[in-house]
Design a protein around this ligand. Structure first.
Ligand SMILES: [Zn+2]
Ligand SMILES: [Zn+2]
Length: 443
């Protein structure tokens, strides 16, 4: 589901429509760029039907919006799924448990101090809502099943068996016992449904349909709150903190670059934080894709060097003596991909890291936007490790206890060449379908 947001340029007031994943607003009229920031999740509301004048009392009901990938690791394998939903955040009867595709029907609006009406607080914890969503979404895990069959009339006194192995897909709930679970690249926001009091009824202010009996209205109104200052979205300038040049980035970019001083920046808790970045010079490559390169150790499974990683995960390759000195680095795609491809690309990049010789980054054309922040990449380390291992027994049982001690996080850009339907990275052998890359922008 794609949600669009009706916005106004903070500089010239021109109307702009943003995508849900956009954090960077570039006004097509005055060309001013602004970075959208808020303390918590962004908050939007469905615009009430217009046409009425005078006093309207609107009461906004919160829905939690979640869009992202969930990964689940069990003994049987790694399951994954994209979750894209809105769930009600109160226990009011008469209201739909989910908004379904309604937010897609028209652009939603951002909550501001001028948004009319009052707001019902979240009556169910966000984590509990998310757990419910997960519970309702079984994940499919592909696993090899071996079956044994007695062979009739053969072997005389002894029983003879035939063994048969095939891949089977089993559905698991992500709720029960698991070795590891991670949400990667998720967007969480609040979406409010406005209700309105109309002649003895409380109606959905968008459709006009009756939803709750009026005797509950007073009680609800007492629970409701005004717009809180902490909900406010701020629009910040996007000037390079080092040289003052205007930073470049597309709407959904998590990292902005400065073409004047070749620096890279990502929005941190206290303004823009510098990102250390490197690249392989592709000599006019038509596309560069970014990876988060996270250096660190996992003592619980004895991984300190790249050699340790190759041995522990039983990679079918000979350990070179110099790998003993090479620190272990995980390479995580810094752009959103469908979960299955995210695992494959992360695994290929991590295993082939010794082939990648990078140099300091320089801003150039065809740098694909970074759409997965470093914090999300860090959360996917165990998943990438699990996907990389050729021997589950040596990694899977340790997943619950292990954690990475990171020592450095950098961004590296790798050049890709055009192979018709795919983009191909010569050093690592990674290929990414062009349609898959486009699809990833909408995740
Ligand atoms: Zn403008
Ligand atoms: Zn600069």
């Amino acid at each position: 589901m794609e949600i669009r947001i009706e916005e106004r340029c903070p500089q010239c007031g021109a109307p702009i429509v943003l995508q849900e994943s956009d954090h960077l607003l570039t006004c097509p009229f005055c060309e001013v760029k602004s970075l959208l920031r808020s303390r918590g999740p962004f908050r939007y509301f469905l615009p009430p039907a217009t046409g009425k004048t005078g006093d309207r009392f609107l009461l906004h009901v919160p829905y939690l919006r979640f869009k992202g990938a969930i990964f689940l690791i069990k003994e049987a394998g790694i399951g994954h799924k994209i979750i894209d939903t809105t769930r009600i955040g109160t226990d009011l009867p008469g209201l739909p448990p989910t908004l379904g595709v309604r937010p897609q029907a028209m652009p939603v609006r951002r909550l501001t101090p001028r948004t009319p009406g009052r707001f019902l607080p979240l009556a169910i914890k966000a984590s509990a809502i998310l757990e419910k969503v997960v519970h309702l979404s079984p994940l499919r895990i592909e696993e090899r099943k071996v079956s044994r069959r007695r062979m009739q009339g053969m072997g005389g006194d002894q029983d003879l068996f035939s063994y048969d192995s095939r891949m089977e897909i089993t559905e698991y709930t992500a709720h029960g016992r698991f070795l590891h679970r991670a949400f990667i690249g998720e967007t969480i926001s609040f979406l409010y449904l406005p209700l309105e009091v109309q002649d003895e009824r409380i109606v959905d202010a968008v459709t006009g349909q009756s939803v709750i009996t009026l005797d509950r209205a007073g009680q609800l109104a007492r629970q409701s709150v005004r717009f809180r200052p902490s909900w406010k979205t701020r629009f910040e300038a996007t000037l390079c903190p080092r040289c003052g040049w205007s930073l470049d980035g597309e709407g959904d970019a998590q990292v902005m670059t400065c073409s004047n001083c070749d620096s890279a920046w990502s929005p941190g808790k206290k303004g823009l934080a510098e990102v250390q970045w490197r690249m392989i010079d592709g000599d006019g490559a038509p596309l560069y894709l970014a990876f988060w390169r996270i250096t660190g150790t996992i003592p619980e499974v004895g991984i300190v060097s790249f050699a340790d990683f190759v041995r522990r995960t039983n990679q079918p390759m000979l350990v070179r003596p110099e790998w003993q000195e090479r620190p272990m680095r995980f390479l995580v795609p810094a752009f959103k991909l469908p979960p299955k491809i995210f695992l494959r690309v992360g695994r290929q990049a991590t295993i082939s890291q010794w082939r990648l010789h990078t140099r300091p980054g320089r801003v150039r054309d065809h740098l694909h936007p970074v759409t997965l922040p470093a914090s999300e990449a860090r959360q996917s380390i165990k998943v990438i490790l699990a996907a990389s291992t050729a021997s589950r027994q040596k990694i899977f049982p340790f997943l619950p206890q292990m954690h990475l001690r990171p020592s450095a996080v950098e961004l590296i850009y790798l050049p890709f060449v055009d192979k018709g339907h795919d983009w191909y990275q010569p050093e690592s052998g990674i290929s990414v379908g062009k349609n898959v890359l486009r699809f990833g922008r909408r995740l």
